[in-house]
Ligand binder design. Structure first.
Ligand code: SAH
Ligand code: SF4
Ligand code: F3S
Length: 476
């Protein structure tokens, strides 16, 4: 089997949830507000979660969302800088929106998120392509920035805060199926992986008040939601304490508190860092049936010299030790996924083989795979040569995609005949006669609709599979 690069989009069945290549677009909201906001979001789940905060701020200031940019008074692009191609898509999109603006000069265009933070006033001054530039910690300021534009002044806020967590803002759920929701538990990142732009675009790490997180989960459950995903760049370093210092909460304790909201509310989380994930977290997962048996534990590479150059602060042996702990404490059926970068600075053929052998050893359920894209200003861009030719990066990428495709298929084949508890999220992509949901390991399961409903837990007996999806029949 040969795999094309574009298969990246479909290979991990959870891909639509994380690092999605397609933007998420706002839906039509009709609450009586007469000004319209169109918001398009790129990048990671944290960015999607931020768009829900932005929408809440805008809603409180007289805006309803629309799915049609041509009907909007304000267009926001919430952007991602993680790789060069993520930024290119946004430049292209901005040009398209500027054509709309020529027809409708009243239209306000704003750039939000990581690209706004990275490129700051370039959009306003050099390119003259937007009216507003707002970084990830400036969303409370958006109504004022819109006023500034109306009064003819420049509207920029790229200040990065050490405190902002938007804890008191109740997000307006965008694109929601009413069943699964994202909850940001922290912002920023204090790690310094040499390839990564996030510490520069999102600032210092800070944890949100545990009480506001639990209250948000409770409110979602009360409104019929059945699954929450707790989000942070490095959830294992979640750390919160009360002002008097008496109450101290780490990630394992937070997970447990959210799990106790209700046994019918599933809890997921992302992303775990191999250097920080503790046995205490693994035991919390083991103790609570509603904390899903799924861990996204990005390895990035299987070679120690490359891991050192990446400044990941663990080595292959440590990483495999953490995998062993997951298998021992939670069980060998715990879903595990990874992120891999191919062709990082000076990576040799043998070092690439080490990544393949790591993947073979761990047997990941899913993987998100990327070729290295140098980001200006990062430690790697400053100190290391981006010297692996593009063709070699891409060939190595295809090799790891092929390896993952066969592992995913083999893993799914092992499930045939077994029964999985699936939370129904919606219709399958192909037919309204079929439903789709996920099992605890985060694999998509598709089955005949019969009498089953959205938001219901259904026991599905697996009868068939592809590499990305399990297929079966519900059993009562
Ligand atoms: N906080 C998460 C990752 C966030 S970024 C973690 O530490 O695992 C998501 C993924 O994008 C990373 O895991 C990495 O695999 C990939 N990535 C980040 N920077 C990249 C770059 N410069 N080129 C290619 N891929 C990159
Ligand atoms: Fe980037 Fe590393 Fe932080 Fe992840 S942990 S966001 S890869 S710096
Ligand atoms: Fe997320 Fe992209 Fe920013 S991955 S944190 S939106 S650079």
């Amino acid at each position: 089997m040969t795999t094309r690069i574009k298969d990246l989009d479909i290979l991990p069945s959870a891909a639509e949830k994380e690092y999605c290549e397609l933007p998420k677009i706002s839906l039509d909201q009709h609450t009586g507000n007469n000004r319209k906001l169109y918001i398009e979001s790129y990048g990671c789940q944290m960015n999607y979660s931020d768009s829900e905060i932005v929408t809440a701020v805008m809603h409180a200031n007289g805006f309803d969302t629309t799915s049609q940019p041509q009907l909007a008074d304000v267009i926001f692009l919430n952007t991602c800088s993680i790789r060069e191609n993520a930024e290119q898509k946004v430049w292209k999109r901005l040009k398209e929106f500027n054509i709309l603006k020529r027809k409708n000069p009243q239209l306000t265009i704003g750039i939000l998120g990581c690209m706004a933070e990275r490129l700051k006033t370039k959009f306003l001054e050099q390119e003259k392509i937007v009216d507003i530039v707002a970084g990830p910690d400036a969303y409370r300021d958006l109504p004022k920035l819109i006023n500034d534009v109306n009064e003819g002044s420049k509207a920029v806020n790229v200040f990065l805060s050490r405190e902002e967590t938007y804890a008191d803002i109740t997000p307006v759920r965008l694109n929601s199926n009413g069943i699964t929701a994202l909850i940001s538990i922290m912002r920023g990142c204090d790690n310094m992986c040499s390839f990564c732009v996030v510490p520069y675009t999102r600032g210092r790490e800070r944890s949100r008040d545990v009480h506001s997180i639990v209250a948000e989960a409770q409110d979602l459950y009360d409104r019929g939601y059945k699954e929450v995903t707790l989000l942070g760049q490095n959830v294992d370093s979640y750390k919160w304490q009360s002002a008097d210092g008496i109450e101290k909460v780490n990630f394992a304790q937070l997970l447990e508190r959210v799990a106790l909201v209700n046994p019918e509310l599933r809890v997921r989380f992302s992303t775990s860092h191999p250097k920080d994930i503790t046995d205490e977290v693994l035991y919390a997962i083991k103790r609570h049936d509603n904390i899903c048996n799924y861990i996204h534990l990005p390895a990035q590479s299987g070679n120690n010299r490359i891991l050192e150059l990446m400044n990941r602060t663990y080595d292959r042996e440590w990483y495999l030790g953490r995998i062993e702990a997951i298998n021992r404490i939670i069980g060998t059926d715990c879903g595990i996924s990874t992120d891999i970068i191919t062709g990082f600075c000076s990576e040799t053929e043998e070092e690439h083989q080490d990544t393949l052998s790591l993947m073979q050893q761990v047997r990941y359920h899913f993987a998100y795979m990327f070729s290295y894209s140098e980001r200006p200003g990062t430690p790697a861009a400053k100190k290391l040569a981006d010297d692996v030719p593009e063709s070699v990066k891409q060939r190595r990428l295809v090799e790891i995609i092929d390896m993952q495709a066969s592992t995913s298929k083999a893993r799914n084949l092992e499930e045939i005949g077994k029964i999985h508890r699936v939370l129904v999220e919606g219709f399958s992509k192909k037919s309204t006669e079929q439903l789709m949901g996920r099992n605890t390991q985060n694999t998509v399961v598709v089955f005949d609709k019969k009498h089953y409903q959205m938001g219901q837990y259904v026991n599905v007996q697996i009868t068939d599979c592809t590499r990305g999806t399990l297929m079966g029949q519900g059993i009562d």
